[in-house]
Design a protein around this ligand. Structure first.
Ligand code: TGC
Ligand code: FAD
Length: 391
C-alpha cells in the first residue's frame, strides 16, 4: 500500500529552518551555496591528498565568515545562531573546513578581540577577517591536553621582552599560520602571547600521516628561547579562564558543525537505500533499516534543537560553559554514531571514497576528541550535577 506523501524535510523534521530569522536564513543559504560550488567538488581529492584547500580562504573571507561574530575591525557582527549555521554548512562539506574557520574566528580572533590591546586589535583583526593573516591556537602540550593546568610551556620576562620555551602539540593551522596565540605559564599565571611566524627559535612542523582531518593542517609548535616584545602579550587576562573562554566559543560552533556532517551522511544514505534492492525490496522498505534511519533522524533532530536553544541562550548572554559541554558531548557523539551507521548501511561501498560517510566518520574521531574529549564534557556535567569535581 503506498504511503501518504511526506511533507517533512528528512534533514529538518522539526522545521528548525522556519524558526530562523530572515537574516539567519540568508547566512545559511550563502554558505550552503559556497559549500556546494567550491567545497564539495574538491574535498574528496583534498582528503585523499592530505591537503588543506588554502585557495578557499579568500572566498571564506569575502563572505564574512572569518571572525563573523565580532563587531567592528572589518568583522561581520553576526549573531550566535548565524555563526552556528556557518559552522553547520561548512561541516556539511568537511570538518577540516569548519575547523579552519573555528580556529581563525573563535580561537585566534576572539582572544585578540576579548583580551587584546587596542593596538593589537587594529593591527591583526582586519587582516585576519580578510584572510590575509592566518592564526593558530597553541594550548595542548605533548604530555596531555585534557589537563591544560599542568602547562610546561613558560614565558619569562627579560627587560621589555618575553622569552618563551616549550612545545605544543596537535595544533590546527600551525604550519600555515602567520601568527600563533600561545598560552604559557608566567610568574603571574597563564598568559597569552601573539607569536608571529619567523620569530627566531619558533618552528611549526606539520604532523603527517593522519587518518582523520586530512583536509586540515595539524602541527606541533616548538619554542626554543623565542623572544617576543611586551606589546605581543594579551594584556587583559591571566589564568586558565583565558584559553578556556576561547574554547567555549569554539565548542559552541562545533555543536552546530557536526550536525552538518551527520546531515550529509544521512542525505546520501537515504538516496542509496531507495535504489539498493536486496531480498526483492529496496533497503529503504526494510523494517530493520527503517528503524536505523528513524533513529538517525531522531538524533539529528534532537541535536538541532539543542544547538538552536544554545544559540538563543548565547545571543541572550545566558549560555554557560556547562550548557556548551552538554551539547558538545551529545552532538559529537550523535554525528559520529550516525556517520558510522551510514557507513555500515552502505555495505562495501561504504569504505569507498565515492561516498562521504567514511570521510566524515574519520574526521569526527578528531572532533569528538578535540576541544575537550567526550569524557571531559561528561565529567563537566557530572560536576554541574553534584557540585563535586572528579577531574
Ligand atoms: P578551573 O581551574 O576550575 O578553572 C579555571 C578558570 O577558568 C574558568 N573556566 C572557564 N571559563 C570560560 N569557559 C570555560 N569553559 C571555562 N571553564 C572554566 C573558571 O571559572 C576558572 O576561572 P577563575 O576566574 O576562577 O580562575 O578549571 P576547570 O576545572 O573548570 O577545567 C578543567 C577542565 C578539565 C574542564 C579543563 O581543563 C578542560 O576543558 N580541559 C580540556 C582541554 C581542552 O578542551 N583543550 C582543547 C585545546 S584547543 C583544541 O582542541 C582546538 S581544536 C580546533 C579545531 O580544529 O576546530
Ligand atoms: P589526553 O588528555 O592524554 O587524554 C587521553 C584519554 O584519557 C582520553 O580518552 C581522555 O578522555 C581520557 N581522560 C583524560 N582525563 C581523564 C579523566 N580525568 N578521567 C577519565 N578519562 C580521562 N589543541 C590545541 O591547543 N589547538 C589546536 O588547534 C588543536 N587542534 C587539534 C586538531 C586535531 C586534529 C586533534 C586530534 C587535536 C587537536 N588539539 C588541539 C588537541 C586536542 O584538544 C587534544 O587532543 C585533546 O584536548 C585531548 O588531549 P590529548 O590528546 O593529550 O589526550
Amino acid at each position: 500500500m503506498p504511503a501518504p506523501a511526506s511533507t517533512l524535510n528528512p534533514l529538518d523534521l522539526y522545521g528548525v529552518r522556519a524558526m530562523l530569522s530572515e537574516d539567519e536564513q540568508m547566512v545559511q543559504d550563502s554558505v550552503a551555496r559556497l559549500v556546494d560550488a567550491e567545497v564539495l567538488p574538491i574535498i574528496r581529492r583534498c582528503f585523499e591528498e592530505h591537503r588543506f584547500p588554502k585557495e578557499l580562504v579568500p572566498q571564506l573571507a569575502a563572505l564574512g565568515l572569518l571572525g563573523s561574530s565580532l563587531e567592528g575591525y572589518g568583522c561581520a557582527g553576526l549573531n550566535a545562531v548565524s555563526y552556528g549555521l556557518i559552522c553547520q554548512e561548512l561541516e556539511r562539506g568537511d570538518s577540516g573546513i569548519r575547523s579552519f574557520v573555528s580556529v581563525q574566528s573563535s580561537l585566534c580572533m576572539y582572544p585578540i578581540y576579548a583580551f587584546g590591546s587596542e593596538a593589537q586589535k587594529e593591527k591583526y583583526l582586519p587582516r585576519m577577517a580578510r584572510g590575509e593573516l592566518i592564526g593558530c591556537f597553541g594550548l595542548t602540550e605533548p604530555h596531555g591536553g585534557s589537563d591544560p593546568s599542568n602547562m610546561k610551556t613558560h614565558a619569562k620576562q627579560v627587560g621589555s621582552d618575553w622569552v618563551i620555551n616549550g612545545a605544543k602539540m596537535w595544533i590546527t593551522n600551525g604550519a600555515i599560520a602567520d601568527l600563533a596565540i600561545v598560552w604559557a605559564q608566567t610568574a603571574d599565571g597563564i598568559r597569552g602571547f601573539i607569536v608571529e611566524k619567523g620569530r627566531k627559535g619558533f618552528t611549526a612542523p606539520e604532523i603527517e600521516n593522519k587518518f582523520s582531518l586530512r583536509a586540515s593542517v595539524t602541527s606541533a609548535l616548538f619554542f626554543d628561547h623565542v623572544t617576543v616584545p611586551q606589546e605581543n602579550m594579551l594584556p587583559a587576562v591571566v589564568g586558565l579562564k583565558g584559553p578556556l573562554s576561547c574554547l567555549t566559543q569554539a565548542r559552541y560552533g562545533i555543536t552546530w558543525g557536526v550536525i552538518g556532517a551527520a546531515q550529509a551522511c544521512l542525505a546520501e544514505l537515504l538516496d542509496y537505500t531507495k535504489t539498493r534492492v536486496l531480498f526483492g525490496r529496496p533497503l529503504a522498505q526494510t523494517q530493520a533499516v527503517q528503524l536505523r534511519l528513524a533513529d538517525m533522524a531522531r538524533r539529528i533532530t534532537t541535536a538541532q534543537l539543542l544547538s538552536l536553544q544554545l544559540g538563543r541562550l548565547k545571543d541572550q548572554g545566558a549560555m554557560t560553559p556547562a550548557h556548551v559541554s552538554l551539547a558538545k558531548w551529545n552532538n559529537c557523539r550523535m554525528a559520529l554514531d550516525v556517520a558510522r551507521d551510514c557507513r555500515d548501511l552502505l555495505g562495501g561501498a561504504g569504505i569507498s571514497a565515492e561516498f562521504s560517510p567514511i570521510r566524515h566518520m574519520l574526521n569526527l574521531e578528531s572532533v569528538i576528541t578535540y576541544e575537550g574529549t567526550e569524557t571531559i564534557h561528561e565529567l563537566t556535567i557530572g560536576r554541574e550535577l553534584t557540585g563535586l569535581s572528579a577531574f
